[in-house]
Design a binder for this molecule. Sequence first.
Ligand code: ADP
Ligand code: MG
Length: 321
Amino acid sequence: MALGEFDLIQRYFTRSPRQTILGVGDDAALIAPTPGLQLVIAADTMVEGRHFFPGTDPYTLGWKVLAVNLSDMAAMGARPRWATLCLTLPAADEAWLEGFSEGLYSLADQFEVDLIGGDTTCGPLAMSVQIIGEIEPGRALRRSGASAGDDIWISGPTGAAALAVKHRSGEVVLPPEALAACAARLDLPQPRVVLGRAVCGLASAAIDVSDGLLADLGHIAEMSCLGADLRVDLLPRLPDAFAGLPVAMVQDCQLAGGDDYELCFTAPAANRAAVEALGVSLELPLTRIGQMIAGGGVVAMDSSGTPIDIERSGFNHFRVA
Ligand code: ADP
Ligand code: MG
């Protein structure tokens, strides 16, 4: 690398931390967790060609590699506090590093997370963040906490990020406005950290939608030893993004498209009004999209309760036999 490893770290990844005893620059970082709280730890990696297209804007990569980790904190109900970054770069491209670190720090600042260390190596472009958060004992939102009869909620539209991927891979051609809206969802996801914190006392289980709604709701169902009835007609959609597209493609995006980073959570029906009020106060379109039931698997159904034919989309294995 033209720019030495230490100069690179010093220039792009060393900013004064706000809540850290010893940050970037020593052999390891020192942090002081809040007495009485539990630590919540997650990590997520993004690899070029697998998780993002070659040539993706570095600002969005820096933003997103932190965003996907913050989303895991949100899904647990945790307050994120510290992060480490492992970066593998083909070359020390200063314009790229500038954009990447700006994207990362802008989101870190928004949620008051300190970057406290990491590792930098040469190789095919890949990045991995580990995040450390805190939560009050007993308060974490687990996937296993749902009960039969609980409402299923989603914090926003699904499928738009998947549609942007379809556009970039040449499968569809979106009009410019729809593309801009979908690309923003794919490239600059807004982690629902504030919602995750606030919904802690109301929700029984939660997950962030990273792999697709059916799959992720399926995790809640499986770990709660329940089934889930999902009303496809109630799923929120990004306005106009799907206009004119075949129904099968729309459903495929909404149900199986990844990268949305909305929270899907369950809550007792008794908390319905409180969840709705929370949506109003946070200005999030919290939407009730189904119900947990006894049994197993996720059934996607229309407004009359008839299971819809989703077999051609290849995810019939989520249905109860
Ligand atoms: P070591 O040789 O002990 O592994 P390094 O030379 O890898 O140390 O790193 C020096 C310092 O820079 C350490 O504090 C490490 O945590 C930090 N660091 C390295 N890479 C990054 C990065 N991409 N982002 C943030 N901090 C980093
Ligand atoms: Mg190292």
